[in-house]
Ligand binder design. Structure first.
Ligand code: GCW
Length: 829
């Protein structure tokens, strides 16, 4: 209603990103005026922990946005009020009010009505948690400057299970976490101060997330030790006011490795007994304990196979012990052999989950949920839907999504994943030949399962902005919103998030939404097109380019690229047979080369490089072109973002600008690495002559070096020309110089260097004697050597150059970082 005319409130406070989308920034006076008629009082019909939280949040939000403190009524209203309470409380206390039927679970209803003759806004839910969610929804309307005086809004979550997972270790590190250390653990114990945990609970609750498994699925063996349980109880206590249930990851071997038995065989009565006692003990300390997640027989974890038992045996023994306490077991389907023989063309890691779990369908207890990654491999930038999601018709399932961007740029690249998740959730698996979207399956609707839903690996850390990148928070927000309502569009989600995070200025909303909505495809186009998965170094940090690492090992993320062709043949007719795991309507699509969509073609088929796609272009030219357009797109993100100068606060403006600028440089590293690699292996030239030809580039190794020496970089494609130069006369600085040969003019200059995490080198750039740039290589990229993870671009604009000018770079090594350099490029402005 009010949105378009009014601008964001740019406040004077430091914007660290800590408030995320719960910003509650003061509305501009003109917008705030529209809420003048908002009641000045709030009345809560109950006194529970969660209702108290709900009321406090209401007061906080209204105060933040409208600058007025709601009065807290203690009994029946004596003026107009915002009334909060459960449906049952409303029926008791305001019997005259007509209350909608059908509110259940965590659902809520925002409405208006008369209470004792006063006009009230009513926020109600089937449960306390529903009321809390209703309060967040109400505040979100105000933040987005929408009408709150004529509400009749009933919302029901799509699925009961909406859980966050954290992969935090007891020593305070986080597996695949990119935003600092654990908010839960430090030095082998639970942190003394759990303020951040409670703030995290608030963030989760605000998007309807109702549970959190707090520790790494590669679980520490002492997590359920008797003296540790009281510490876990403190975490549960921090979450409880927000309606977030605590869960933990457990190792299957605990009865033996930590429990004093000589076995962990799930069919041994003593083992069953051990789990029962253990959860009795846990429940005494944490009466609302949510349950456990189990990673077993996977990537070196022990599991039921040790005794020749099945995942059903393993899941059920724990489930039965949790049943009296209403807990659930999330049993992960991420079970596969990581020592597969690469030479066997029939081997296929993608088949593992279905092969193992489908035969067990119907054998799992009712409080077991099979937690299934969205694709058959592992959180890649694009995968087909896991066929196991269609293969368990008599078992509860939850889809596992990844908010932490392990394979999608680790929060240094903006990659808004909601469009990808939407594609997965909307995909029709045609179970039994009937329309069966993934979102219906995980909600339990298609097979009438009692529970099911969504889990998302989040991995927030102690960094003020939670995920290490302001824009990445849209993924956490989007996860919650989709789990609540998978029918929301990506567009609606990103607009909502942007308004709540950065305000209602239409230019801000439009620009940020555009960047976010384009970011996944952009990332895909320079890291893993045509269904190749993310071509990162899978043996390292999963960050920079490393296509060769996919092949010749047991991990099974193969792309089978050779001189004549590329792609995994997964067909029934001639390949691994993976396609046979889908129902027949879907098989028909993927079995046929011509019917398989271009964006997954190399996931399902092995084709010559010259194969023509639906687009009419060959495979190899598509690979080349998309790497150029993808990298170019990230450059546009930078200029799009720059247009928001002074429209968003300076703090976040500069943070995001730095992040997008870095991304646009690293996208070029990716572009060149992947294109050079395919160029070499295929022997096919780029039609446009760009690959391998860099007219503006001078390699450091071809400059005149003083103290620097050339070294080979591994893998070769991650440095231009396969080489870097490193300074070997520390503590003395080294230099690399050359004479500029271009025409007189103004140039932009890019210096490609390597920012390792084991030193802080300094660089200085001179034209003649004039210093034109100086910086420290002080970021913490995941590499201690020069490679595609550490390669970084420094952009220096507007440099006046004449032919014959000497360009000189000085590198000052520090610790183990030898001020490494790759190349310099100069572009006419
Ligand atoms: O993708 C892989 C990650 C592992 C992770 C594993 C899993 C927690 O590289 O770090 O382990 O998935 O999901 O279990």
């Amino acid at each position: 209603m009010l949105a378009s005319a009014l601008c964001a409130a740019v406040t004077g406070r430091a914007e660290t990103g800590h408030d995320a989308w719960l910003h509650y920034a003061p509305l501009q006076p003109a917008a705030a005026k529209c809420y003048r008629a908002l009641p000045a009082t709030t009345l809560s019909l109950g006194e529970t922990l969660v209702l108290n939280t709900a009321q406090a949040e209401l007061v906080r939000g209204v105060k933040g946005m409208l600058g007025k403190t709601l009065r807290i009524a203690v009994s029946a209203p004596i003026e107009n009020a915002i009334v909060i309470g459960t449906v049952r409380q409303l029926r008791d206390k305001v019997p005259a009010l007509h209350i909608t039927e059908g509110l259940r679970g965590d659902g809520f209803w925002l409405t208006g009505g008369e209470v004792r003759g006063f006009r009230c806004i009513i926020i109600t839910g089937a449960s306390d948690r529903g009321v809390l969610y209703g309060v967040f929804a109400f505040l979100s309307h105000i933040a987005r400057q929408e009408d709150v005086f004529h509400l009749d809004e009933l919302q029901q979550p799509s699925a009961p299970i909406r859980w966050a997972n954290q992969w935090d270790n007891l020593d305070g590190t986080i597996e695949r976490g990119y935003a600092g250390r654990s908010i839960f653990f430090e030095n082998g114990g639970v942190r003394p101060n759990l303020t951040r945990v409670s703030e995290y609970g608030r963030l989760l609750a605000s998007v309807g997330i109702n549970g959190c498994n707090v520790n790494n699925v590669n679980a520490d063996l002492h997590f359920l030790d008797p003296d540790f349980i009281p510490q876990l109880a403190r975490i549960a206590e921090a979450f409880r006011p927000w309606g977030v249930q605590l869960g933990v990851a457990v190792d299957m071997s605990l009865p033996k490795t930590a429990g004093g038995l000589d076995t962990f065989d799930p069919l041994d009565g003593r083992v069953a007994n051990w789990w029962e006692k253990k959860f009795d003990e846990v429940s005494r300390a944490i009466p609302d304990f949510g349950g456990v997640v189990v990673k077993a027989d996977s990537e070196g974890r022990l599991g039921p196979s040790f005794y020749g038992r099945s995942p059903a045996d393993a899941a059920n023994v724990i489930a039965r012990a949790l049943k009296p306490h209403a807990g659930v077991v999330f049993y992960r389907a991420f079970v596969y052999d990581h020592h597969l023989d690469w030479n066997n063309l029939k081997n296929d890691r993608a088949k593992a989950a279905y092969d193992i779990f489908h035969p067990l369908d119907g054998k799992f207890d009712d409080n077991v949920i099979i937690q299934i990654k969205y694709g058959p491999i592992d959180f890649q930038v694009r995968e087909p839907v896991s066929p196991l999601l269609g293969g368990l018709e008599h078992t509860n399932t939850a889809i596992e999504l990844q908010i932490t961007q392990e394979y999608t740029g680790q929060q240094r690249h903006t990659c808004f994943l909601v469009p990808m998740w939407k594609k997965i959730l909307d995909f029709d698996l045609r179970v039994g030949g009937r329309p069966t979207a993934v979102k219906q399956i995980v909600a339990g609707n298609s097979s009438h399962r009692p529970i099911g839903g969504y889990t998302g690996v989040v991995n927030v850390g102690l960094d003020q902005d939670w995920l290490g990148n302001h824009l990445a928070m849209a993924n956490l927000f989007g996860f919650g919103r989709l789990a609540w309502n998978p029918d929301l569009t990506a567009n609606a989600i990103v607009e909502e998030w942007t308004k709540l995070t950065f305000g209602n200025d239409p230019a801000v909303v439009q620009t940020i939404s555009r960047i976010q909505l384009d970011s996944w495809k952009a990332y895909e186009s320079y890291t893993g097109v045509l269904g190749l998965q993310t071509l990162t170094n899978i043996l390292g940090s999963h960050y920079g380019p490393g296509p060769e690492s996919q092949e010749h090992n047991g991990w099974g993320q193969w792309i089978r690229a050779d001189h004549s062709g590329v792609g995994m043949d997964r067909t029934i007719a001639t390949g691994t047979g993976f396609v046979g795991q889908y129902f027949s309507d879907v098989q028909t699509i993927y079995e046929s080369l011509s019917k398989t969509p271009d964006d997954l073609v190399l996931f399902f088929h092995h084709v010559p490089y010259t194969y023509k796609l639906h687009s009419g272009k060959t495979v190899i030219q598509t690979i080349y072109d998309s790497h150029y357009t993808g990298a170019e797109k990230t450059k546009q993100f930078v200029s799009q973002w720059k247009s928001l100068y002074r429209r968003v606060d300076d703090d976040r403006f500069h943070d995001v600008l730095a992040q997008l600028t870095y991304q646009s440089g690293h996208a070029i590293v990716w572009r060149d690495a992947i294109n050079d690699w395919f160029h070499q292996i295929s022997g096919v030239s780029d039609e446009h002559g760009r690959v391998g030809d860099h007219p503006h580039r001078i390699e450091a190794e071809s400059m005149e070096l003083e103290g620097y020496i050339p070294v080979d970089v591994t893998p070769w494609e991650s440095a231009s020309g396969g080489k870097a130069v490193v300074c070997v006369q520390a503590p003395q600085p080294c230099s690399a110089k050359y004479r500029f040969r271009g025409a007189k003019g103004t140039y932009d200059l890019d210096v490609e260097y390597f920012d390792q995490n084991n030193g802080v080198s300094k660089y200085r750039v001179f034209v003649g004697n004039q210093l034109i740039g100086e910086w420290l290589a002080d970021s913490s990229l995941p590499a201690a050597v020069p490679n595609g993870d550490s390669s970084t671009r420094r952009h220096i604009t507007g440099v006046a150059l004449r032919p014959g000018d000497e360009l000189r770079i000085e590198g000052f090594p520090d610790a183990a970082e030898a001020a490494p350099l790759d190349y310099v490029e100069t572009y006419p402005k």
